[in-house]
Write a protein that binds this ligand. Structure first.
Ligand code: NDP
Length: 434
């Protein structure tokens, strides 16, 4: 890790995986002999580039673009692009590293990568976002392709940004290569259920964890953070499964609605108007109230689905959740719980689903989008959702059984890390030292 100074999130992600892998190394010394772990920590390629663009006032702006192509043992690099001011190499590497194991767990042929920029689309005009995306793709197009590297969305990159990126890729290459990006619009190669997939998947994972303990989401309350793509559809699936999601948040505060979040209203504010969560309360009325700042994890509930960002749920939050009787925690976001928070859940015997398993539904459905593009087909919502549900159940079962196999029953962190790692490691062993 001394080779990667100033990358605390990457260090955190690597530590978390390595802690779990001690059990595998004992049984498989051959992985050590082939330096699998050392090679896994070194991205196969990392690209950092200048992104210059002109804002609405005619000023030249300069941002930094990243694409980390981490591991292609199982397939083309696959992972989202994040556009947010806080993006730096360490964050992209943590996300790319996690993505290797997550993608492996889906059982689909995809490697791990991630990218993004310190550009934030919030507060920018459509024209500015378009000019930024075109400049970003003008460099990125040299490094991606349906058999090489297939980026997708993440924080700050939704259908609008993917549209501008895809348009520029098509123009530069003169190829309608639908499989080069996922998260596309439904009229031009996108997949039904992709928008819903990560949130749906995280809730299905929570349901599976509860079912493994003879419980269910039906009649339970859920505490959800965030109000972006993942959070909205985690809430939707909670309601479909008979539970009630009573919170949502953004980086300014959170709302509690004891009658259950009105998803139609929340989608209108967040997806259509791109507004703030604070607007929900005035328009909803009833028992809903807004708390500026604060921690949504103080609200009592049976299931927690953190769906905003990394390290958003700390030790104190975990203590509060356990005290309030939480039964299961399913990570919709990437690494939202700090290592200490995870320890608290596990020590208390709470079912804890780590992001690389619990939020894998998004990338799995992206791989289903690639399958549809490759066969020039478009599947129905029902069929695609059925595939997603099967994949999530499979990931849960795999993590559960692997944890048991390695003597740590119920420990989904170890189960997911080991199951994800083994497949990648075996492929790397087969390829020799490359
Ligand atoms: P969005 O940009 O759609 O939404 C992010 C949400 O989190 C917004 O409501 C945002 O509020 C809130 N948020 C951001 N930072 C903070 C903070 N510091 N404190 C509280 N709230 C915050 O992103 P997604 O929903 O797509 O992604 C959320 C998480 O899920 C990320 O960790 C992402 O990597 C992960 N993920 C996403 C997948 C996907 O398919 N979209 C797939 C797998 C993982 P605000 O508007 O104030 O910024």
């Amino acid at each position: 890790l001394a080779r990667n100074p100033g990358e605390p999130e990457f260090h955190q992600a690597v530590h978390e995986v390595f802690d779990s892998l001690a059990v595998v190394q004992e049984r498989h010394p051959e992985y050590n002999d082939m330096a699998i772990l050392t090679r896994l920590c070194e991205p196969e390629r990392q690209i950092i580039f200048r992104v210059s663009w002109v804002d609405d006032e005619g000023n030249v702006q300069v941002n930094r673009g990243f694409r980390v192509q981490f591991n292609s043992a199982l397939g083309p690099y696959k992972g989202g692009l994040r556009f947010r001011e806080s993006v730096n190499l360490g964050i992209v590497k943590f996300l790319g590293f996690e993505q290797i194991f997550k993608n492996s767990l889906t059982g689909l042929p995809i490697g791990g990568g991630k990218g993004g920029s310190d550009f934030d689309p919030a507060g920018k005009s459509d024209g500015e976002v378009m000019r930024f995306c075109q400049s970003f793709m003008t460099e990125l197009h040299r490094h991606i392709g349906e058999h090489t590297d297939v980026p997708a969305g993440d924080i700050g990159v939704g259908a609008r940004e993917i549209g501008y990126l895809f348009g520029q890729y098509k123009r530069l290459t003169n190829r309608y290569e639908a499989g080069v990006l996922t998260g596309k619009g439904l009229d031009w190669g996108g997949s039904l259920v992709r928008k819903e997939a990560t949130g749906y998947g995280a809730t299905i994972f929570a349901q599976e964890m509860l079912a493994a303990r003879g419980e269910s989401l039906d009649g339970r309350t859920a505490i959800v953070s965030g109000s972006g793509n993942v959070a909205l559809y985690a809430i939707e699936k909670v309601h479909q499964l008979g539970g009630t999601a009573i919170t949502a948040s953004d980086s300014s505060g959170y709302v509690v609605d004891e009658d259950g979040i009105d998803l139609g209203l929340l989608k209108q504010i967040k997806e259509v108007e791109r507004g703030r969560i604070s607007e929900y309360v005035d328009r909803r009325g009833g028992r809903a109230h807004y708390v500026a700042g604060g921690s949504v994890w103080e609200v009592p509930g049976d299931v927690a689905i953190p769906s905003a960002t990394q390290n958003e749920l700390h030790e104190n939050d975990a203590i509060a959740l356990v005290k309030n009787g939480v039964r299961a925690v399913s990570e919709g976001a990437n690494m939202p719980c700090t290592p200490k928070a995870v320890d608290i859940f596990q020590d208390a015997g709470i079912a804890f689903g780590p992001g690389k398993a619990a939020n894998a539904g998004g990338v799995a459905t992206s791989a289903l989008e690639m399958q549809q593009n490759a066969s020039r087909d478009a599947w129905s919502f029902a069929y695609t959702e059925e595939r997603l549900t099967d994949i999530m159940r499979g990931i849960h079962q795999n993590a559960l059984e692997t944890a048991e196999e390695f003597g740590r029953p119920g420990n989904y962190v170890i189960g997911a890390n080991v199951a994800g790692f083994r497949k990648v490691a075996d492929a790397m062993m087969a390829f020799g030292v490359i």
